[in-house]
Design a protein around this ligand. Structure first.
Ligand code: SF4
Ligand code: SF4
Length: 220
């Protein structure tokens, strides 16, 4: 893994307290990472909650334009849709700016950093050549991520990542297409389709849903 990491990064591993050269002067004049990203901007439940809250749309309504579903290792998850001739994100406005900047998904906040999930923390690597600006300056990783309630957010990301891994393994071992479909439908409904309370504590509600999902994983 670390050999691969060296090929695509500057070879350093960063914590949230480290300085990293990613600050891009507010991305002035550039929106290169908001177009042509295929299905790579995968969304987690927090991202979808933020998108539903900021747009006032339900998950199903977002599926009509802004997001789509695709299978990642047998697990069906939502991602930002890239549409039109220039394959642009639906939240990119005519001026080339993100219309939902404060509510943008986690992967948009992280780019051009990549996450490394460890047992009880997340560290980061810098993807070489991913950001199109060459005159970037240094900024503290936590400031770049710009995530409210960072401790709760980190715990949420670790739990979601762990569940994803376990489900991917379980689905890979499952032979029945019908069962795979039923598991995916259950998870989509549990974590994405069923609305979260717009003004509620997302992390608390996610914890309750996670407890239900763990029963599913343990039962397999
Ligand atoms: S949500 Fe915003 S930052 Fe993310 S790809 Fe779309 S326009 Fe870009
Ligand atoms: S490629 Fe770099 S400068 Fe351009 S929008 Fe993305 S993060 Fe900002």
């Amino acid at each position: 893994m670390f050999q691969d990491l060296h090929e695509i990064s500057d070879g350093k591993i960063y914590t949230e307290n480290d300085m990293v050269r990613v600050a891009s002067r507010d991305c002035e004049g550039c929106h290169a990472c908001c177009v042509g990203m295929g299905n790579s901007i995968v969304l987690d439940p927090l991202d979808v909650w933020r998108l539903c809250t900021v747009t006032g749309k339900t998950f199903e309504e977002l599926l009509q334009r802004e997001i789509e579903l695709h299978a990642v290792d047998g697990l069906i998850l939502p991602n930002l849709a890239m549409t039109g001739e220039d394959e642009r994100c639906a939240f990119l406005n005519e001026a080339g700016r993100c219309e939902i900047h404060a509510s943008r998904p986690g992967l948009c906040r992280t780019f051009p950093l990549g996450r490394i999930y460890e047992e009880d923390t997340i560290r980061y690597f810098l993807q070489t050549g991913a950001c199109k600006k060459s005159d970037r300056t240094k900024i503290k990783v936590s400031r770049w991520l710009d995530v409210p309630e960072p401790k709760k957010n980190r715990q949420f990301l670790l739990e979601w990542h762990s569940l994803r891994r376990r489900l991917e393994e379980a689905l890979a071992a499952e032979e029945s297409e019908e069962t795979k479909k039923a598991v995916n439908m259950y998870l989509l409904r549990l974590f994405f389709v069923t609305p979260y309370q717009a003004q509620g504590d997302f992390y608390e509600e996610f914890g309750q849903r996670m407890a239900q999902a763990k029963k599913l994983v343990q039962g397999r």
